[in-house]
Design a protein around this ligand. Sequence first.
Ligand code: GLY
Length: 513
Amino acid sequence: MKKGGNAIDAAVAAGLTLGVVNGYNSGIGGGCFIVARLSNGRVITINGRETAPAKAHRDMYLRNGKPDTGLSQIGPLASGVPGALAAYAQLAKAHGKLPLRVHLETAATVAEKGFAIPAAYAGRIRATAKGLAKFPASGALLLKADGAPKIAGELLKQPDLARTYRAIAKEGTGWFYGGPFARKTELWMKDNGGILAAQDFTNYKTTSPPPVRTTYRGHTILGMQPPSSGGVHVAQILNILEHFDLAKMDSDSADFYHVITEAMKLAFADRAHWLGDPAFAKVPRGLVDKAYAKQLAARIRMDRATPVKTHGTPPRSTDDLYSKHTTHFSCADGEGNWVAITATVNTSFGSKVIIPGTGVIMNNEMDDFSIAPGVPNAFGLLGAEANAVTAGKRPLSSMSPTIVLKDGKPILAVGAAGGPTIITQTLLAIIHTIDYGRPLKEALAQPHFHHQWAPDQIRIEKKVGEKVLAELRRRGHALKVYNRMGATQAVSLRDGKFEAAHDPRLRGKAVAY
Ligand code: GLY
């Protein structure tokens, strides 16, 4: 921004640099969703989600009739066509002030100079070392000569990635989509049993659907359309919760945790049935209908957990449809540009594949499809026909970049990392901001909890306290207690001043000036 850029430039610079310093979470080998509110008041979205290659098909992960999640999670068959670079380029070109080249070159310099591996990064290398060792370019970058994982404090230089960034800066994104990168990837895939082809890169297109829009206690909530499930379900859960006076409940009380959990459960039951890429599946807009939310709210009892056997049926469910380990960052500026971007290669280091000579870590987003009925993905999520693998289709995502308006003016850009808990973390940040008027730092420090319908249990942070945990158990909830989970990042405007906050669960820094 000091170079004359706006919040859009800041966001693109952050996205490209995160691909260098935080490549286990996101990068140009992955995808992203962008929700932005521009200084002229227009709200835009960019869907840079990966797509399934043309040769992908429903049974591609079955071996001897049995689903093999090893194939959708690691190696050549795990990757969809990456979309993050196309999305960043589109955003920068249409709404930024600086050329994409500047951001690529700055990030390339970081890759060349290298950085001391932070403890969190070293932890991810350790956790995935076995998978990384299967792919020579990944092993060469992230493991030592004897095969042991590189450790915290070691200098990590990425000359191949720097060359890739500089080539894109010089030649344009065509170098990646259809040019040398795409051809190199096709060759590696062919040699290693993959199906991703150069033509898949040429065919890749972002989309820009209108945002999912709902209101919540006098605020406007703007999220991403499917294949994000976050936009729909943050809106749906807020619509359900409007029927309960949260502000009157103590946010430390069992009632607070109980009622939000019951709303999460109903929404995630719908997610498992209805959600998928709307270019292929019939995803009803009625999921965010206020009357439908009222029906669902009426099923919630305060004295006990209500079993949710199956999904609900929203209104107009056949004819009013949406047409066709992750990181989140939010940026805003004084001109009125606000950006929320969630980006991912899926689980740590994605497919674990680095295409040799390019430094690009390829995603394993194909695992976000439902690879067979009843087979949970890496996050334990179930899916149905709507999210089955099909060539050219985008896998369902939980990424939930969200912008909140009050009287038409942005007051919050928020999102999170952490698989399906992205949806519920984003929801909780909105509730703590709107219902309890908490300053941003305090809002992000509140306990995280999550219910995704299946398994029928609340994942909840220990700091909630034994008294509330005991009362939730008494009401019939099964609990899985965590020391900590998730990471939410946000920017807000409060009393005319920007506040920026990073999740206190992780080391980090957020700046407002
Ligand atoms: N890969 C995580 C998500 O998109 O939900």
